[in-house]
Design a protein around this ligand. Structure first.
Ligand SMILES: Nc1ncnc2c1ncn2[C@@H]1O[C@H](COP(=O)(O)OP(=O)(O)OP(=O)(O)O)[C@@H](O)[C@H]1O
Length: 279
């Protein structure tokens, strides 16, 4: 069934027994092969949404499907097609990295080789190190290795690079781009907008349980929010500020001198903060 989206979320709601509505009428679809980022501040409802899709939490309203299957009623065979990297690690501290990977291969019919996983995650030197002795970033790489071990059709990554140094983050992005190139559908939650901009095809912004916007990564926030600003100082010393979709034309068409000229393009972060701030 190649035509149905890999992930379907329709009017999803989650109200905790405390009365907190963590997810409030959220809808989106992720077509096969797409990398989709769920962006939002702390407590926005990202983990709740992802864990409902993984089948780890129940929903109180709406409908969700992963590969056409309701995760709340998914058979075991469904789990083999889905890879999960949770926010908290679930490894055994006393086994080595290679032992942990080998153990997980037994759950999947089409598993990747341990050598391939160690190379892809840059953990070759740690193969015989016990999990308890790894740094936070190395542990996270083990999490990612376990998420992709079964060649999943859909991969859920919940804040996968928290605690990574910049170099480890770059390596991780390369790894995810390889997984993407194999056709895997990816749902990524992240606080890092550069990560979303680097990896995702589309993004949704969620805050306080509500979906604020959903768009291709380079359109999020709408045209208005992304319009560049041209700033300059006029001959009389006063600053001038103008928004335009065509800064080059604006600059060309002025015949008075423009001092300290700047063209400011809003970053994804500016756009996102604007959206979250406007609620
Ligand atoms: N088991 C629970 N019982 C009651 N409230 C909860 C529970 N789990 C989460 N919440 C609340 O639901 C809201 C959404 O939490 P969630 O963990 O989904 O957000 P998040 O966007 O993933 O945040 P973060 O980026 O900090 O991980 C928060 O207000 C949180 O306190």
């Amino acid at each position: 069934m190649p035509d149905i989206p890999a992930v379907e979320v329709h009017h999803l709601t989650k109200q905790y027994p405390s009365g907190k509505r963590a997810v409030d009428d959220v809808s989106f679809d992720i077509p096969r092969g797409e990398t989709f980022a769920l962006l939002g501040p702390n407590g926005a409802g990202k983990t709740t949404t992802v864990e409902i899709l993984e089948g780890y939490r129940t929903r109180t309203g709406g409908d969700v499907r992963v590969l056409g299957v309701d995760p709340a009623r998914a058979p075991r065979s469904h789990r083999e097609r889905v890879g999960v990297v949770l926010q908290t690690s679930a490894e055994s501290p006393n086994v080595t990295v290679a032992e942990q990977l080998r153990h997980f291969t037994t759950f999947y019919p089409r598993y990747r080789s341990i050598e391939e996983l160690l190379a892809a995650t840059g953990l070759e030197a740690q193969r015989n190190t016990r999990i308890a002795k790894l740094s936070g970033g190395q542990r996270r790489r083990v999490d990612v290795a376990l998420g992709i071990i079964g060649r999943p059709e859909v991969l859920f990554l919940d804040e996968p690079t928290t605690g990574f140094d910049p170099e480890a983050r770059r390596h991780f992005w390369d790894l995810i781009n390889e997984v993407k190139a194999e056709g895997t559908t990816i749902l990524l939650t992240t606080h890092y907008l550069d990560e979303a901009a680097h990896l995702a095809d589309r993004a949704a912004v969620i805050a306080d349980g509500k979906l604020l916007g959903i768009a291709p990564i380079d359109e999020i926030g709408g045209t208005e929010a992304r319009t560049p600003r041209v700033r300059w100082r006029k001959q009389d010393g006063k600053h001038h500020d103008e928004r335009t979709t065509d800064p080059v034309a604006l600059i060309r068409n002025r015949d008075d001198p423009m001092h300290d000229l700047e063209v400011i393009r809003p970053s994804l972060e500016d756009v996102y903060l604007g959206m979250v701030g406007q609620r």
